[in-house]
Design a protein around this ligand. Structure first.
Ligand code: SF4
Length: 660
């Protein structure tokens, strides 16, 4: 029997897990010593042991669907990439990565693409998750830094949850809030969400606002906090804009202004919007104006959806930033180029997720390497994504699973190590770096992502810069880069970890990188002009479709979909509809419904839900063709993005619904 301390690979709470291997089976329990969860796990986390089987795994490299040796697969990928770069230039190549990658994998991918191939076309599924939050923080504080910690929830007087069903999507953090409230009955909770979700069970006030109207609510709050401001957004106007009662708005404003301390938790309901960046700044503005920032129990706190969205942000996994929180400025470009010893560093930002796949469709990008993610399901306008991949001359996929909606388009498949097999670090929503540790044997011929990237770098002639023998060496390099010529200009500084020996790195206990809290009080307010909201609501497409997670599934179900007990919660695509709309359409509970939009159709089983507003539908985001032929919600969603963050509007799609 062995026990290994590691980290849950699902959400950004980043819970510590103790994995026990006994008689060939794996069981898990929460790690009491981990500051993110103190021993708690949610349903998904506690089922991790049931996801470690090899059913459906990709275990050998493949070229054109045939198993080949590693050398053959790597040689083929290297040759084709070189041909495309030589003929069309580096901009014809793109990487699409994932918040599931470990920091070391992410660092290697970013270094190869930006530093040595010489284009910045590396983006990630984290673009779909929190890139608006990144823009919000950078505009306010000059750097992508989260100014809060989980313990602030226990030290505050008011928790505002906006666009977050934390009870299902960040369950252990939600439980921490439940406990904080039990310990301190004076702690108030406000939930701002068009739907009445499980999170509302602890709400003292639920504001079921019109989808997309959040900015108006926070701009009105700013007017209330700053009496000197010309009040363009008095309470009555806010109530009208948000579809709320004036009394509800006034109560929220009174609670926020009266509370000595307040934390605002926000996530996809804010970020996944065509004006998500402005919504983030509208939230940050009220914390700056009220002084509820830069001290315990206060601050605007973006929750990340994935286990390592934050690690990706730290190493430059987004197309519009450099490694170590540096930017495409002359000084930062020079600094990164000198550190990496490269003369090929990309000089301008690259393509962001949606535009990257549009560029593939146009034929501008001719080679894409997709690592640990399933864009054929998770990107908006997913039929167009599939068409782009089908026409792309070179699709390389690094994957754990053999058959996904995306991997069916792959010319070359690289088998990657999964959770429990790979070694590295992840960073959670509160900037805490934890180790993911290997405790299972390597299955088949699978390899770490960083190793695959380094072998391709060799074949492209850049082997010397990628001569790592272990993820510890990559982590040390990443940590050293954060400290390189950093006299306090950047808060991200992992210099304290750069000299860890391999043994020390292996034994690393969860470590939160420090910030200068006071610096946040000097943040910049950004003027926000609330945008018209709501889907078009035309006669043809009268409903507004919202999508999101359900309690027991993860992303596109490539892991959780194979666990019977996780499928018990909800085993097929569903659509939540208000009783009034269901009655008007003659739709019964459990009846199949057809949902159509200009770009696609899906079928789902109706769930009549009193927590659903009239005219609004909710559909889970997880279903894909491996589990349901007609349940893919992103087939309906348009690829409309926030102009600053490139994050798609996933929460408001105009659709029609009819009984099937
Ligand atoms: Fe894993 Fe998130 Fe659940 Fe924690 S809350 S066990 S990190 S899925």
């Amino acid at each position: 029997m062995t026990e290994t301390r590691t980290t849950c690979p699902y959400c950004g709470v980043g819970c510590g897990v103790i994995a026990r291997v006994e008689n060939g089976g794996v069981s898990v329990r929460g790690d009491d010593s981990h500051p993110a969860n103190f021993g708690r796990l949610c349903v998904k986390g506690s089922a991790l042991g049931e996801t470690t089987g090899l059913t459906g795994r990709l275990l050998h490299p493949e070229v054109d669907d045939q198993p080949v040796s590693w050398d053959q697969a790597l040689d083929r990928a290297g040759e084709r990439l070189r041909e495309i770069i030589d003929q069309y230039g580096p901009q014809a190549v793109a990487f699409y990565a994932s918040g599931q990658l470990l920091t070391e994998d992410y660092y290697a991918a970013n270094k190869l693409m930006k530093g040595f191939i010489g284009a910045a076309n590396i983006d990630t599924n984290s673009r779909l998750c929190m890139s608006s939050a990144v823009v919000g923080y950078k505009r306010a504080f000059g750097e992508d830094v989260v100014p809060c910690s989980y313990e602030d929830i226990e030290k505050t007087d008011l928790v505002v949850l906006v666009g977050s069903n934390a009870a299902w999507t960040h369950p252990v953090l939600y439980q921490r809030l439940v406990q904080a409230r039990a310990a301190n009955p004076a702690l108030k909770v406000v939930v701002i969400d068009p739907r009445r979700t499980a999170t509302c069970d602890i709400a003292d006030l639920h504001l079921a606002l019109t989808p997309g109207s959040d900015a108006g609510l926070f701009v009105g709050l700013l007017d209330t906090i700053e009496p000197g401001r010309a009040s363009d957004w008095p309470t009555e106007r806010v109530a009208d804009f948000c579809g709320l009662l004036p009394d509800e708005v006034a109560t929220f404003y009174a609670w926020f202004t009266a509370a000595p301390r307040a934390v605002t938790l926000y996530t996809m309901g804010i970020n996944q919007s065509a004006s998500g960046s402005d919504k983030c700044n509208a939230i940050i503005n009220v914390h700056l104006a009220s002084g509820k920032i830069g001290r315990e129990g206060c601050g605007p706190f973006s929750l990340t959806g994935q286990p390592n969205a934050m690690g990706g942000r730290e190493v430059g996994g987004l197309a519009n930033q450099l490694a170590a929180h540096m930017n495409f400025t002359p000084d930062d470009l020079s600094r990164v180029a000198r550190f990496w010893g490269t003369g090929r560093l990309a000089q301008t930002p690259g393509l962001m997720a949606v535009e990257l796949f549009e560029a593939i469709a146009r034929g501008d990008v001719k080679a894409v390497w997709i690592m640990g993610t399933n864009p054929a399901v998770s990107l908006p306008d997913s039929h167009a994504v599939c068409q782009a991949l089908a026409a792309c001359p070179l699709v390389i996929v690094s994957e754990v699973m053999r058959d996904t909606d995306t991997s069916r388009f792959a010319h070359i498949r690289f088998p990657a190590l999964g959770w429990g097999e790979k070694d590295g670090t992840v960073t959670n929503s509160e900037r805490r770096i934890s180790r993911q540790r290997a405790f299972l044997p390597v299955p088949g011929e699978a390899k770490p992502d960083w190793w695959i990237i380094a072998r391709i770098a060799e074949r492209l002639g850049h082997g010397a810069a990628f001569a790592w023998d272990h993820p510890h060496a990559i982590f040390s390099e990443h940590a050293a880069l954060t400290a390189f010529e950093n006299q306090g200009e950047r808060m991200l500084n992992l210099g304290a970890l750069a000299q860890l020996t391999r043994e020390e790195w292996d034994g690393l206990t969860p470590w939160q990188w420090p910030v200068n809290r006071e610096a946040f009080t000097r943040g910049r307010q950004l003027p926000v002009n609330p945008q018209p909201h709501g889907a078009t609501g035309s006669v043809l497409y009268p409903f507004t479709l919202n999508s999101g997670r359900i309690r027991d599934q993860w992303h596109t179900m490539t892991r959780t979909g194979y666990v019977p007990r996780l499928m018990q919660h909800s085993d097929e695509p569903t659509v939540d509809i208000s009783p009034q709309d269901a009655a008007r359409l003659g739709l019964q509970e459990g009846q199949l419904a057809r949902i159509s939009a200009p770009r696609g159709v899906m079928v789902a089983r109706a769930r009549i839900n009193e927590g659903q507003r009239v005219g609004q539908l909710f559909v889970p985001m997880h279903w894909n063709s491996c589990f349901s032929r007609q349940g893919k919600v992103n087939a309906l969603v348009e690829g409309r993005c926030d102009p600053h963050s490139g994050q798609p509007e996933s929460k408001q799609t105009a659709v029609r619904l009819m009984p099937w």
